[in-house]
Every structure is written in structure tokens, then in C-alpha cells.
Design a protein around this ligand. Structure first.
Ligand SMILES: [Zn+2]
Length: 375
């Protein structure tokens, strides 16, 4: 599913930045910005008249499930705040300051969550007619939208419905995207901030903390890869025997995730029914950073060593990705082909041998933060 975001000349939202931020949070939905050179008509919006006029001007190629969201400050003639015609949704932010002091960007993001939730709990199945500050309210009207953006949640009634009627796999993926967006939105909104402007104090603090940790990472030169930047996916390749090391590392990477710097992937995220090898392969090939958790078990595993490491080294060779080896336990890692690449912790001292293991994991998190920020 794709959302193409455009605005007319009545608003000046930071759409390119907004689409980038949304893309870094979502996996099942894609966002694109469409630059429009279009003067808003000097009259109220009327569906389908205005929609048809716009559709004549914009002709992007749309799939069945794609939408164009056109954002305007002009009022609807029926006082609605949005209507849809042939996959074009015109959203009017007319009167927005009467409902909330929060920026329209936050409202747009919240509206998108509302549209996405329609795939999880269909609009007509939402059981409450009252406005509860629930994300499912917003499509009906803007009452309590302020409260809703700050809470960024599903009301208990909707949560209960989800438990009773679990969504299918595709909807589940959409729901998890909605939760990601709502998390950032409510964090920003509850601090009176724009969805686009974390760094908020909490994140700044987290960043400062990260900066202040002494750097045990090696001074190995790291080449810059164009594919690495904010939102890069980090693939974790590990032997299942080393699962608890992987979980600990994920905990340490979660701070970078909260800062929007990376997303992570490991094979425990494969959903029931998905083709194991295909999903692994797909994620291995789209990740900008591949971390290999090295132990004798890793080296002994045909899958880790034969497939994942091979792909990691090939992609590193082509400058498509950075392969990082994290030595977990004593083994003959220095005789392996990855030994010439970035090896952590410093001097290949195995994580297992650290008295303070957090120090070892932090050096890995720091190295990744550096890779991301160096671009
Ligand atoms: Zn609800």
C-alpha cells in the first residue's frame, strides 16, 4: 500500500521530511511526496467536483490499494474534513487551531493512522459512537483529536475487539506500523512538539548519554556506504544457541531505534506461514548493516556461515552494506574471512569475557550510531 502526499498552496507542511520519517517507521506502508504546482480554487471544496478537477491535474500511477492524500486549508462546502473519490482523499485542515494547539503535521499523521486502522478494524465495526480520544474516532470528526494525538492509542473497547477478532497477517503488519507511528506521535504531542521535531529533550538526553559513554570501539577505518543513513535496517545473523546474546544486543540497539536511526530485523520476526528462506533472503538483501554474532555455533551452522555470512561479505564487497562481526565467545574467528572487516568488541575480545557485558554491547551500538551519523 502506498500513500502519495501532496498539498496545495494554502498550506506549507514539511511533506518531504514527513514522508521520510513515516517511511523509517513503517514496513507495510510506503509514503511518497508529490510536489504540486497547483493553486487551490477560490471556492469551497466540493466532492466530487473538486476531486475530479484535481484528478485531471495529477495522474500518478496508482495501484488498487494506493491513495493520494491532498492536504489543504480550504473548507469543504459540507463542513466535512475529508472525502474520498477514486483513491484521492482531500483532507481539509480548515479550522484546525480551534481543535488543538498541535501542528497540522501531527494531525496529518494521526489522520493517516485513522485511515490505516480502517484496514485493521473496519470503520463500521468500531463499536463506540462516543469520541473516546481513540485513534478510531478521527475519521468521524475532530472532537477530542487533541487528546487523541497526545494519547496515541486505541481505546479499551477497540483493543478488546482486536483480541476477540484478531486481524489477518496483512492487517497485523499495518497495525504494527500504526503503533510505531502513534508511539512517536504521542511522544511529540504530549510535549507540544511537532511530529517532525524529535529531538525532544528526552531524546537529546538519550543521545547525550550515548555520546558520553567512553568509546571502546576500535579505530578501524570505516568506509562510507551511500545506502546507510537514518532508518537503515540492521540484520542480525546469529546461531539459535546464542539467542540470549542476540536479545541483549537488541535491547542495546533499541535506543538507536527510538531515535529513529535504525530498524532491526532477525529471524524471530518471521510470521507463521511465511517462507523462512525467502523472508530471510529478502531482509538480508535490503539491510544496510549486517551484524554477525560470532561463536563456534555460528561457524558450525550451515545457514549462518554458508548463506548469511556469504551474502554479507558479498554485499560488503559491492559496497552495498556494512558487515560487522561481533565476537561472542572464544573461537577461531581470526582465521575466518570476516576477520578483515569490522570486528567488535575491540581487538575481538569476546562479549562472554567482559565482566561488564553492557560495555561490550554499548561499543557495538556506538559503532552503529557512528556509521549512521557519518552519512
Ligand atoms: Zn476505540
Amino acid at each position: 500500500m502506498k500513500f502519495i502526499l501532496a498539498q496545495d498552496n494554502t498550506l506549507k507542511l514539511k511533506l518531504p521530511k514527513l514522508t521520510r520519517q513515516l517511511n523509517s517507521l513503517c514496513t507495510s506502508v510506503k509514503f511518497e511526496h508529490l510536489k504540486l504546482d497547483y493553486q487551490a480554487p477560490d471556492e469551497l471544496i466540493s466532492c466530487p467536483k473538486t476531486h475530479s478537477k484535481y484528478l485531471r491535474n495529477i495522474k500518478p500511477s496508482l495501484g488498487d490499494q494506493d491513495y493520494i492524500l491532498l492536504i489543504t486549508d480550504t473548507q469543504y462546502d459540507n463542513n466535512y474534513f475529508y472525502e474520498e473519490e477514486k483513491q484521492l482523499i482531500i483532507i481539509s485542515f480548515f479550522g484546525w487551531p480551534y481543535f488543538t494547539s498541535l501542528p497540522a503535521e501531527n494531525g496529518l499523521v494521526y489522520f493517516i493512522c485513522g485511515i490505516l486502522m480502517d484496514f485493521v478494524i473496519p470503520w463500521d465495526a468500531v463499536e463506540h459512537k462516543e469520541r473516546l480520544g481513540c485513534v478510531n474516532d478521527f475519521l468521524m470528526d475532530k472532537t477530542r483529536v487533541d487528546d487523541g494525538m497526545r494519547k496515541g492509542h486505541l481505546c479499551p473497547a477497540c483493543r478488546e475487539r482486536l483480541q476477540k477478532n484478531p486481524p489477518d497477517e496483512a492487517s497485523k503488519a499495518i497495525y504494527s506500523d500504526v503503533q510505531q507511528i502513534l508511539g512517536v506521535l504521542s511522544m511529540a504531542s504530549s510535549k507540544e512538539q511537532n511530529f517532525l521535531s524529535p529531538p525532544n529533550p528526552e531524546m537529546e538526553e538519550a543521545r547525550a548519554e550515548l555520546e558520553s559513554i567512553p568509546d571502546p570501539a576500535p579505530a578501524q577505518p570505516v568506509r562510507n556506504r551511500p545506502a546507510i543513513g537514518k532508518g537503515t535496517q540492521v540484520f542480525i545473523s546469529y546461531a539459535h544457541e546464542d539467542e540470549k546474546y542476540k536479545d541483549k544486543l537488541l535491547e542495546h540497539l533499541s535506543m538507536l531505534q527510538r531515535l529513529g536511526m535504525i530498524s532491526t530485523w532477525n529471524d524471530r520476526m518471521i510470521e507463521a506461514g511465511e517462507k523462512y528462506e525467502n523472508v530471510i533472503n529478502e531482509n538480508l538483501n535490503k539491510s544496510g548493516i549486517i551484524i554477525m554474532l560470532i561463536s563456534a555455533s555460528f561457524i558450525a551452522s550451515d545457514y549462518c556461515y554458508g548463506i548469511e555470512m556469504k551474502t554479507a561479505l558479498e554485499r560488503e564487497e559491492k559496497d552495498e552494506a556494512v558487515a560487522i562481526s561481533v565476537i561472542l565467545k572464544d573461537c577461531l574467528w581470526d582465521m575466518m574471512p570476516f576477520a578483515k572487516l569490522l570486528v567488535l568488541p575491540k581487538d575481538g575480545k569476546p562479549v562472554q569475557r567482559f565482566t561488564r557485558k553492557d560495555e561490550a554491547y554499548t561499543s557495538v551500538a556506538r559503532a552503529i550510531a557512528k556509521l549512521i551519523e557519518g552519512n
